[in-house]
Design a binder for this molecule. Structure first.
Ligand code: NAD
Length: 470
């Protein structure tokens, strides 16, 4: 078993408490690594290192910083197989997908933000005045486990490219893959203190960072429940800048003009991706009532072909859930769906997790949007089909959610685009548009504040200064 250290001020150091958090492989429930259980002393050391590094790092030219960020891409690319393997061990993403789903986007982000930082307009004339963009200072990055490296680099690359120094607290469920960033930092000679990693628990390290008076911004990705607390702590302590990327309950609408088979496949792929553990998963399928029988027969045949099992097998499409906690949560929601009167047309109530946290994909039909399973984020391979009579009703159902992270529409392109404009969500797929890192990602309503990716994701990590010239 590997024991890890904290990474502070360019050095691997022991955690102050001497305590560790065990990291479990959800496919076989074996502990394969341990990371320090960080505490106040560790957080203080890391924040101080980031603060000390900030003056010199922020004074480098954008080109110099862009060079460093670009080099992360080469490092991760050279180590892509190890990173993929680690993520499969941490959260069970099947080897068939792990590189494409979990690793490649971080390489793209490093290249994208390296280019953007070089070509960005940091200062603009506005009449007689000047509007400048400046780095913020010390940024705490709190990240979830479901796309570990991608979520970390969505924050770290734009943040450091913009001239900030960061303290990363990766998820305690998937902290090991984050060390590719410290390894890369070492190899490329990143100045000490620009990137620091403090592992630990959310309620400990996450809280300490959110409240820390020498942290200028907290960039959080995780659940809406915890994000609200982080936002409150960040504001109450020292009015930190807050960026929140939170949960979702996204709808996929099949218009009457759609090819329903294509729509069903597109929705199922987005829903069951990463074992349903994706913030933007399309978990509510909203379809015209008259296609019910054909749609469900088609979906049943498709789901039968999705192999659930050991993520290390090359043909596995759906691996285990990432944790025991997630397994019990999904189990509870499946039982609740049945109690609420939804009809489970495939899947089963998962009970046995002795050999890993496996769950067969579940499709509920006859779901109504007021059911808890249509309103709350389940975070497992569970989809609910809701039927509509009119397209106005379909839109109402799609928007009837506290969340607004993503959505999808399938149909004649012109009609689907018009419909997409009315969906209250930060990202809407029209006929299955592909994910790219150069466009903003984030949520309306309780799905968050701010945007990651693209130019918006760079702006997020800068203060704006107006210089008024008399
Ligand atoms: P989580 O909210 O439990 O934790 C997220 C991170 O914050 C972890 O590092 C955790 O240790 C830390 N944390 C937890 N409670 C904290 C607290 N009170 N104070 C400070 N830090 C705290 O979420 P999770 O289970 O790791 O991730 C799953 C959630 O993340 C889902 O709700 C999913 O939708 C969401 N998510 C959103 C996006 C997005 O871009 N909008 C992307 C991925 C995941």
């Amino acid at each position: 078993m590997d024991n890890y250290k904290l990474y502070i001020n360019g050095k691997y150091v022991n955690g102050d408490s001497g305590e560790f958090i065990s990291v479990e492989n959800p496919a076989d429930r074996q502990i394969f690594a341990r990371v320090p259980d960080g505490n106040q002393a560790d957080v203080d050391r890391a924040v101080a290192a980031a603060r000390a590094a900030f003056p010199k790092w922020s004074a480098l030219s954008p080109e110099e910083r862009a060079d460093y960020v670009g080099k992360f891409a080469d490092y991760i690319e050279r180590h892509k197989d190890e990173v993929g393997k680690t993520i499969t061990s941490e959260i069970g993403t099947p080897v068939k997908y792990v590189y494409g789903l979990q690793v490649v986007s971080s390489i793209e982000q490093a290249r994208y933000y390296s280019d953007l930082a070089r070509n960005y307009s940091y200062s603009e004339k506005c009449g007689n005045n000047i509007v400048r963009k400046e780095p913020i200072g010390v940024i705490a990055c709190l990240t979830p486990w479901n796309y570990p490296i991608y979520q970390e680099t969505s924050k770290i690359f734009p943040a450091i490219a913009a001239g900030n120094c960061i303290v990363l607290k990766p998820s305690q469920l998937a902290p090991v893959s984050a060390y590719v960033l410290s390894e890369a930092a070492e190899e490329i000679g990143l100045p000490p203190g620009v990137i620091n990693i403090v592992t630990g628990r959310g309620e400990q390290v996450g809280t300490l960072l959110s409240k820390h008076e020498d942290v200028d911004m907290v960039s959080f990705t995780g659940s809406t429940q915890q994000g609200k607390k982080v936002g409150m702590m960040g504001i109450e302590s020292n009015v930190k800048k807050i960026a929140l990327e939170l949960g979702g309950k996204s709808a996929s609408v099949i218009l009457r003009s759609a090819d329903y088979e294509k729509a069903a496949v597109g929705t199922m792929m987005e829903c069951f991706l990463n074992t349903g553990q994706t913030c933007s998963a399309l978990t509510r399928l909203i379809a015209p009532r008259e296609i019910k029988d054909d749609l469900e027969n088609f979906m049943l045949a498709f789901v039968k072909e999705l192999k659930v099992g050991d993520p290390n097998e090359p043909d596995t499409r759906i691996g285990p859930l990432a944790s025991e906690k997630g397994f019990h949560k999904v189990n509870r929601y499946i039982r609740l769906g049945i109690e609420e009167g939804a009809k489970m047309i495939c899947g089963e109530i998962p009970d046995d997790y002795e050999n890993g946290y496996y769950v067969q994909p579940v499709i509920f039909t006859d779901v109504t949007n007021d059911m808890v399973i249509a309103q709350e984020e389940i975070f497992g391979p569970v989809m609910g089909i809701i039927y509509y009579d009119t397209e106005e009703e379909a839109l109402e159902i799609a928007n009837d959610s506290i969340y607004g992270l993503a959505g999808a529409v399938f149909g004649d392109e012109k009609e689907a685009l018009e419909f997409a404009e009315k969906i209250q969500a930060g990202t809407v797929l029209v006929n299955g548009g592909a994910f790219t890192i150069d466009v903003p990602f984030g949520g309306y309503k309780q799905s968050g504040i701010g945007r990651e990716n693209g130019k918006c994701g760079f702006d997020e990590f800068m203060e704006v200064k107006s210089i008024r010239i008399g």
